[in-house]
Design a protein around this ligand. Structure first.
Ligand code: HEC
Length: 116
């Protein structure tokens, strides 16, 4: 009886771990790495966390994408494609294409921006 209980407990905690892992992973953002990538790419010339500069604040961007399932994909495309954007002063230029070691690094930055 004791043994059955033990085995059941092990199975249950294993299942709980399996269920918890993807959510926990999605929520983990390496904030320092995100800020470093942001600064290294001089994104801060045009964006700040809560002030509008030449581009919208990161909080405003996070708000725009809140609850949208395709947020990550849309922002990944934005950061890699260099589409034309309109600056606050009305002029237009190609958006900066991000330079990163790999896509995981860019996704980490996106998750940080969306968490603000
Ligand atoms: C020369 C100024 C400038 C620089 C440098 C710049 N951005 Fe932007 N960015 C803009 C402007 C302007 C917009 C607004 C585009 C719009 O709403 O049309 C924008 C939009 C964005 C958006 C929102 C896109 C959307 O779909 O709403 C994100 C995210 C973003 N920038 C991230 C970054 C990151 C990360 C960097 C650094 C790699 C960066 N930007 C560098 C000017 C800049």
């Amino acid at each position: 009886m004791k043994r059955t209980l033990y085995i059941t407990a092990c199975l249950l905690s294993g299942a709980a771990l399996l269920i918890a892992t993807p959510a926990a992973r999605a929520a983990t953002v390496d904030v320092e790495a995100a800020k470093t990538l942001f600064d290294d790419n001089e994104c801060s010339k045009c964006h700040s966390v809560d002030k509008t500069k030449k581009g919208p604040s990161l909080k405003k961007i996070a708000q725009k994408y809140k609850g949208k399932a395709d947020a990550e994909a849309a922002l990944l495309k934005h950061l890699k494609s260099g589409a034309k954007v309109k600056l606050e002063d009305g002029s237009q230029e190609d958006h900066k294409i991000i330079e990163a070691k790999d896509e995981g690094q860019i996704k980490n930055l996106i998750h940080w921006m969306l968490s603000l």
